[in-house]
Write a protein that binds this ligand. Structure first.
Ligand code: SAM
Length: 262
């Protein structure tokens, strides 16, 4: 059987909320404030299991979601149904976005834009975003750009236990390891994720997902160039997740820009 082309599948999809549920994300209020200013409808790109989308829907925001993983979207739909919500969700790749309506605000949280690792496809995704915005509409995306020192091992083959958590329902232990190579010349990361579920001392499920490349990173300048090449203006770079201008040292940053009115 051939593997699906989308990355977020199997245990990576089904454990996503389990591992992230109790994390506090400061991005929720930040994006909400942008939506309050720039308006609705909103598109949440890479909406996944609906972390932001379902909260905003509950608040009465007119927000649609798009994601290329049917498995993440299925979880989002189940959660929505339990909460009595009925989101409009599209299974599409952001680089080939083709939706029936235009938006006032397009958000791409959790650095998900960086998962489009091919440079041409990334530029294409930017074009798709601007084409899906109303004139004067806003695109906001978060970025993570690693900083390396001479001591960093960018080519490590060592597994690193990223998360370990006990499921209170059946006392199974769920573990997630990661290992990756960072190629500083191409600015690409290659990643292997390993998951295992242990119940009563036995491994009852395990899975390894290798994604190469998995992520492309950008300097603030490179990301700004992408925005302007796509036709955006009033490009602002903020320290994540504040409305304070980013300094060059900020390696997690958010870029907010506007589609020209004319
Ligand atoms: C880091 S997760 C973020 C999920 C969600 N936004 C959150 O913050 O919990 C990235 C999401 O982007 C989706 N994704 C990855 N590449 C994509 C692409 N090319 N087009 C659309 N969605 C993509 C994945 O399936 C996954 O749900």
């Amino acid at each position: 059987m051939t593997e699906p082309s989308y990355e977020y599948r199997g245990l990576m999809a089904s454990t996503w909320d389990f591992f992230r549920e109790d994390h506090t994300f400061e991005d929720r209020d930040f994006y909400r404030e942008i939506i309050n200013k720039s308006g609705q409808p909103v598109l949440d790109v890479g909406c996944g299991t609906g972390r932001l989308l379902l909260d905003y829907l509950k608040d009465g925001v007119d927000v649609d979601g798009v994601d290329n993983s049917p498995e993440m979207l299925a979880i989002c739909r189940e959660k929505a149904a339990r909460a009595g919500l009925n989101p409009t969700l599209f299974e599409q790749w952001m680089e080939a976005l083709d939706l029936p309506r235009a938006y006032r605000t397009v958000i791409v949280p959790s650095s998900s834009f960086q998962l489009v690792t091919d440079g041409d496809l990334a530029s294409q995704a930017m074009k798709r975003f601007i084409d899906h915005l109303e004139p004067g509409g806003i695109l906001v995306m978060s970025f993570f750009s690693p900083v390396f020192t001479d001591d960093d091992d960018t080519d490590s083959n060592e597994w690193h236990l990223l998360s370990e958590k006990t499921n209170p329902e059946d006392y199974s232990i769920v573990r997630h390891w990661i290992r990756g190579q960072w190629d500083t010349s191409t600015q690409l990361q290659h990643t292997e994720n390993r998951y295992a579920i242990e119940r009563n001392g036995e491994i009852v499920a395990s899975e390894t997902i290798y994604q190469s490349p998995a992520l492309r990173w950008y300097t603030q300048h490179q990301a700004t160039v992408l925005y302007s090449q796509a036709g955006f203006e009033n490009i602002q770079i903020y320290k994540a997740f504040t409305f304070v201008a980013a300094s060059e040292a900020d390696n997690t940053f958010v870029i907010v820009a506007e589609k020209p009115v004319h």
